[in-house]
Design a binder for this molecule. Structure first.
Ligand code: 4AD
Ligand code: MG
Length: 503
């Protein structure tokens, strides 16, 4: 092995030429005379055609029986072929097996979630996970690029901390040489200090929350980027957030079309993600939830879900009949089994949504001004909109101590959540910060926090306080929204969830 092998995603540059590929055997099928090896090399998939007589007989035999995920190099001539994955295939003239693999546990037959999480180290090689990982890479790159190109300075904030950033219930305590500390819930308070030094800053790193919720939107360890800006107001923050999110989406559309297509993401909706986004106040959201429009909307959703359920049930019945008809080739049996697992998963999903629909409708109708929006409320509002929605001006009592009170309405704070469309829900939370010393101190005390711990944070309000604010965007939520992935655990290479850490 040396650097003479080429990458699968550059094969179009070598049409008609002889090249070597280095990778792993993703899939293999064939007859006695010809074997099709699908090889993945980390940049893409390539069909490699091995014909008996064109390679030594012994090698043909070895390749024919080579197990899934064996590593190998292959040499051959590149030729364009529309039917091939990636549009090019390799007519193999030689090959070398680097390390044979036998009994690879993840087969093309589908597996359950638990099994796959236990085999996450291997599951990362599967097509869907591979695509999601590439989209995540683009998103992380776009995040850094956006801030770096717009005059923000990167500030690395600590992971061990004394402060409670968001809520006291979700702290991970650590024994720091005998002193109890906890893992950071947010870098915000630290970037606020840095904003008074550099003007525009951001931190970007892992964040920890001992969330006691086993939802598809919560991890206990997730990545968050948090910009913070001196001399800004709520409108300034909303504008920054919508430009930022639109930039991220545009970068994914430029760099990951084929990944999005492979995993069946909805690129048509992504194309429309451009400023301005919708802007609603919390109070307006409350009237929508309680009103007729939401009721009608929920009823229509229910009808659509019931139709969807019928279609899924019909398809499942069709496949089951085929399965029972017998005398199927092994590949066909595997294919049907895989389809059935997919379909049954989708059916379970639809059934849950059907079950939840009336509960969610009821929760919405019973909306009480003063409480934070529930996950289901967010889902309804974001389902009712085709573009992201900013929800602003939440009740003070429902929100963190650092949010600035609206001087025009003391009951609310100058904050916002950004809800991604199509039912996805919150991807950003942010606010203008309380910049008045006395008000901030009062809020700290009100929430039962120890003012001594926050002395340094209060200092910022003593020495040249300015109106400022920022927000936090969750990387995994963003990946899930953009890829259409239902569960956030698929959007980070090694997920940490409340109920289990697998590997
Ligand atoms: O709304 P949150 O809690 O806001 C903050 O932490 C602020 N200090 C940010 C700031 O103003 N600088 O969290 C921000 C985002 C959420 O919108 C969500 O995308 C993500 O972080 N997030 C989670 N992602 C996965 N799992 C969890 N348990 C998450 N909690 C929050
Ligand atoms: Mg939030």
């Amino acid at each position: 092995m040396n650097n003479t092998h080429v990458a699968v995603n550059s094969l179009q540059e070598y049409d008609g030429k002889e090249v070597a590929l280095a990778g792993w055997l993703y899939n293999s099928r064939g007859s006695g005379k010809i074997q099709f090896l699908i090889i993945r090399d980390g940049t893409g998939l390539c069909q490699c055609v091995v014909e008996k007589g064109k390679v030594p007989d012994e090698l043909f035999g070895e390749l024919r029986h080579l197990g899934q995920e064996s590593s190998l190099t292959v040499t051959g001539t590149v030729r364009a072929d529309e039917r091939s994955v990636g549009g090019y295939e390799l007519a193999v003239t030689n090959a070398q097996i680097v390390s044979a693999s036998d009994g690879y546990p993840i087969t093309p037959k589908s597996h359950g979630v638990d099994f796959l999480l236990k085999h996450r180290h291997l599951h990362l090689r599967s097509q869907r996970q591979w695509c999601i990982g590439r989209v995540r890479h683009t998103i992380v790159d776009a995040i850094r690029r956006f801030f770096n190109d717009n005059g923000f300075v990167l500030i690395d904030t600590p992971i061990f901390t004394t402060i409670v950033g968001e809520d006291q219930q979700s702290l991970f305590e650590v024994d720091y040489f005998g002193t109890p500390l906890h893992l950071t819930q947010t870098g915000q308070l630290y970037v606020e200090s840095a904003a008074m030094s550099y003007g525009k800053v951001y931190c970007f790193g892992p964040t920890f929350r001992a969330e006691k919720s086993k939802t598809r939107r919560h991890l206990t360890e997730f990545w968050m980027v948090e910009p913070e800006v001196a001399f800004t107001d709520l409108d300034g923050l909303l504008e920054l957030a919508e430009n930022f999110v639109s930039f991220i989406v545009s970068q994914v559309l430029i760099n990951n079309r084929s990944d999005l297509d492979t995993i069946g993401a909805d690129t048509t909706t992504l194309e429309t993600i451009k400023p301005p986004f919708y802007r609603l106040t919390y109070t307006e959201v409350g009237s929508i939830l309680r009103g007729e429009k939401a009721k009608v909307f929920q009823a229509e959703q229910l009808r659509q879900l019931q139709d969807e359920r019928q279609q899924l049930e019909d398809k499942i019945a069709e496949f089951e009949a085929e399965q029972q008809a017998g005398q199927l080739k092994q590949w066909k049996k595997d294919k049907i089994a895989a389809e059935l697992i997919e379909l049954r998963g989708a059916l379970a999903e639809v059934n849950t949504r059907i079950e939840n629909n009336p509960k969610h409708a009821q929760l919405a109708a019973e909306f009480q001004w003063g409480e934070d929006l529930g996950g289901s409320d967010e889902t309804i509002i974001s389902q009712m909109h085709d573009k992201p929605v900013f929800v602003t001006h939440y009740p003070k009592q429902a929100k963190a101590f650092y949010m600035k009170t609206d001087t025009e309405n003391e009951k609310v704070v100058l904050n916002f959540d950004l809800l991604a469309p199509a039912g996805f829900g919150e991807i950003i939370g942010g606010s203008v910060r309380e910049d008045d010393y006395d008000r901030l101190l009062e809020r700290i005390k009100d929430q039962g926090l120890n003012p001594e711990t926050y002395e340094w944070y209060l200092d910022l309000r003593k020495y040249g306080s300015v109106p400022h604010g920022g927000f936090g965007l969750g990387v995994e939520r963003t990946v899930a929204w953009i890829t259409g992935e239902k569960h956030i655990r698929q959007c980070i290479p090694f997920p940490r969830m409340m109920d289990k850490v697998y590997i």
